[in-house]
Design a protein around this ligand. Structure first.
Ligand code: SF4
Length: 338
């Protein structure tokens, strides 16, 4: 590991100033991802600015009954918060499905959003990787692709975003509050992360030094919601496919609104807008759920090593929607949000 300077930020202004003229400086929050990267030689900053003691640890209800979550709120505290459990069970489930208890105790809300892909080649500094070293190539294209993207990938990078929390926040229409050198900026979670395109080294739309200070959730939506994660083992594994979904039926039993986001399938939490459009006003039955899933996955471009994700995602979408519609004969896993 290359030596670096360490500085503890006294407040958010101090943090912004610390990174302003230091292009090789990074923020340190919970450290659950960054410290691994330092040890593995994936990054070699000359300054680490510790923001973990900033006064950003509050969860507070907003006037419109939404929720403001400070960027330093720990994942385990957020999952257990009474307002999250009562009003946003999808988010609580997503948080509890991620990592391990120890990691959730340390990981922060802001850091969870900014965690980087677990592509094995990205984490192996001896292999070519366009995300780690632009222009060197993508080792995954001819390699191990089980965990890689089927939607929105490019010839430069097929990595997936690893966060469960961010998938639920994408389905919840959450917004990220960011302090920049030009003032405050609000970014919908669905727009925070980028597709790889020709610049897979850029995970998000944030600029160097931008500081996430909070995430705001709108007032809870109507209907039932849940988060389901499919992975290779029961705990401490990233999603092969995950589905965050909310389904609201009208008085006639038709679908008034559906909100769906997918994890494990793209370089960012994937909001399933095509599926949502198909479901608007439809009967909540297997036929419409299948049409919705197929519309969303029509543009999938899997590789031989991850082609299984297409039927897996289709099945997961159909199964979750069926559960939320109460047509499975079981409500296990689904929660009433409203
Ligand atoms: Fe690197 Fe992306 Fe290719 Fe993985 S998929 S090796 S992160 S460029």
């Amino acid at each position: 590991m290359r030596p670096f300077d360490y500085q503890r930020a006294a407040d958010t202004d101090d943090a912004l100033i610390a990174l302003a003229d230091r292009p090789d400086a990074v923020y340190l929050a919970g450290g659950t991802n960054l410290v691994d990267h330092l040890k593995l030689g994936i990054i070699a900053p000359n300054l680490v600015v510790d923001i973990s003691r900033l006064d950003l640890e509050q969860v507070s209800e907003l006037d419109d009954h939404g929720l403001r979550i400070g960027a330093m709120v720990r994942n385990s505290d957020l999952a257990a918060h009474p307002l999250v459990r009562a009003n946003y069970p999808m988010l609580s489930r997503a948080l509890l499905s991620g990592a391990s208890g120890q990691l959730r105790n340390a990981a922060t809300t802001g850091g969870n959003l900014l965690q980087r892909t677990r592509c094995v080649y990205f984490q192996d500094a001896s292999t070519p990787c366009n995300k780690r070293e632009p222009g060197t190539g993508c080792s995954a294209l001819e390699g191990f692709t089980r965990n890689h993207a089927i939607l929105g990938a490019s010839s430069s990078c097929i990595a997936t975003h690893p966060s469960d929390m961010a998938v639920a926040m994408a389905a919840l229409d959450a917004e990220v509050i960011v302090l920049t050198e030009n003032g405050e900026r609000r970014i919908p979670v669905v727009d925070l992360h980028r597709l790889p395109g020709e610049e897979p080294n850029r995970d998000t739309v944030l600029n160097h030094g931008d500081l996430i200070v909070a995430v705001e959730l709108p007032a809870p939506g109507r209907g039932r919601s849940t988060y389901r994660k499919i992975r290779d083992r029961a705990s401490y594994a990233f999603a092969l496919v995950s589905v965050a979904a909310r389904l609201d039926l009208d008085e006639a039993g038709r679908i008034r609104e559906a909100a769906i986001a997918l994890g494990g399938v793209a370089h960012k939490p994937w909001r399933a807008t095509r599926a949502e459009e198909v479901l608007q006003g439809a009967e909540p039955n297997r036929e419409s759920f299948t049409r919705a899933a197929e519309a969303e996955l029509e543009s999938a471009q899997p590789l031989p090593g991850n082609a299984f994700k297409v039927p897996m995602a289709r099945g997961a979408i159909i199964s979750v929607l069926t559960e939320l519609a109460g047509r499975s004969g079981s409500s296990e896993g689904a929660d009433d949000d409203g």
